[in-house]
Design a binder for this molecule. Structure first.
Ligand code: UD1
Length: 340
């Protein structure tokens, strides 16, 4: 299969590119490199011994997207391109809506023009917003968009709706919405991994930068949640398991729109992550407890049964594996791709 990855140079896209190439699929990456590095793709090529076709363009710019994709042939699209920082989306909502929605609308128009019918969308568990009290393991029947607290999350929920509406008007479209829980870890080689720009918003990249000495200490956002140790509990999924989930989704596409949770089904607290990372890295991770972060939930864990059954996919890597692989990446690349 020839697969177009929009935003394919980013954290998750680069791991999906690697898994597809290893399986013998052809990969085209469309990226504007506004928040990613071409070095990630050079490393994917080095690891696989295969070539990635790279097209540099901003998908949100219709003329640029048309020009970039006009002469390309591909059978399927995995759509990652978009802005993803929660705090930034609160400060710059128009930019988030414009970029994430326009790029998706342009992509769908171009797919329709070219009659490319297979689409996997990089969505997020954030679309579940604030689940009803007592619901701790979320399945796909949970309502979408209730109590979403930020524009980034709204763009994901809106794009899910856009794809659903477009499919109604174009019944041949085969679409899957993948709702990621908390992606962590790196390829075990340490050649590619998560390279956030600026101060990391997410837990594991922040912990990794503390371990490597780039940051002094972790701020733990609250220790009075109704969880075993009082800190927030999340479902951390190894990025290689996540990448394999995309491949499984691509191979189970059928006309319609189907949503799948990609998570492990197991929750770990912030302090459990700190402990696992300390063990994996052999480094002290100093931390202090601070006030809870606005919009955070106590617990968010996937019920991945639908993906397990229908995609014949399940996670096989542990939190310890993710910490080990994250540390290999972070210690070999203390400044991310910028140091390459
Ligand atoms: C966050 C986003 C979510 C997005 C996801 C992408 C929010 C409210 N949610 O999820 O929309 O899809 O990232 O991966 O921002 N924590 C600390 N200290 C830190 C960072 C995090 O204690 O410096 C805690 C958080 O309070 C939480 C856990 O670690 O309990 C995980 O946080 P994070 O990695 O930011 O992910 P989410 O908040 O689950």
């Amino acid at each position: 299969m020839r697969v177009l990855l929009t935003g394919g140079a980013g954290y998750i896209g680069s791991h999906v590119a690697l898994v597809l190439l290893e399986r013998g699929d052809d990969v085209i990456v469309l990226d504007d490199f506004s928040n990613s590095s071409p070095e990630a793709l050079r490393r994917v090529e080095k690891l696989t011994g295969k070539t990635v076709q790279v097209v540099e363009a901003d998908l949100a710019d219709r003329a640029a997207a048309d020009a970039a994709l006009a002469d390309l042939e591909f059978d399927a699209v995995v759509h990652f391109a978009g802005l993803k920082a929660v705090g930034e989306s609160v400060a710059q909502p128009s930019r988030y809506y414009r970029t994430n929605l326009n790029s998706t609308l342009n992509l769908l128009d171009i797919m329709r023009d070219k009659d490319v019918r297979k689409l996997v969308f990089s969505s997020s568990a954030t679309v579940y917003g604030t689940p009803a009290a007592g619901v701790e393991r979320l399945d796909e029947t949970q309502p979408v968009g209730c109590g979403v607290t930020n524009p980034y999350g709204w763009t994901k929920a809106m794009i899910e709706q856009i794809i659903t509406d477009v499919q109604r008007s174009w019944p041949e479209l085969e679409a899957v919405l993948l709702r990621y829980f908390n992606p962590v870890g790196a390829h075990p080689s340490g050649e590619i991994g998560e390279d956030p720009s600026g101060i990391p918003n997410n837990l594991m990249p922040f912990v990794a930068q503390v371990a490597v000495g780039r940051r002094e200490k972790l701020a733990v956002f609250g220790d009075q949640y109704p969880t075993a140790d009082g800190t927030g509990v999340r479902d951390y999924i190894h990025v290689m398991d996540l990448a394999e989930g995309h491949v499984a989704a691509l191979h189970h596409l059928q006309p319609g729109v189907e949503a799948y949770n990609l998570g492990s089904g197991e929750g770990y607290s912030v302090l459990e992550v700190v402990k696992a990372y300390t063990d994996a890295s052999g480094k002290q991770i100093p931390y202090e407890i601070v006030a809870p972060r606005a919009g955070d939930l106590a617990t968010l864990v996937a019920d991945p049964a639908k993906a397990n059954e229908r995609l014949d996919w399940r996670t096989t890597r542990s939190l310890d594996d993710a910490c080990r692989d994250s540390w290999t990446w972070q210690s070999q690349n203390p400044n991310g791709f910028a140091g390459a």
